[in-house]
Design a protein. Structure first.
Length: 64
């Protein structure tokens, strides 16, 4: 029951592949976090984002 995050989220978890501690990454307005490239991209270029308040391990829709 998560709203689609693109467009209105500003802070995202930046998770390390073997990560014990996710790092918080804050994107500037107009940018959003793309977990595939692990960087801030223009909102239209980013495929999805992972909001801070989501539980760790939350799967984004593109993952199966």
């Amino acid at each position: 029951n998560y709203p689609h995050p693109l467009g209105n989220c500003r802070k995202y978890l930046r998770c390390h592949k073997h990560g014990v501690r996710p790092r918080l990454l804050e994107c500037r307005p107009g940018k959003t976090f793309d977990p595939f490239s692990r960087e801030c991209l223009d909102e239209l270029e980013a495929r999805d984002c992972k909001a801070c308040n989501k539980p760790i391990g939350y799967k984004i829709p593109h993952e199966k």
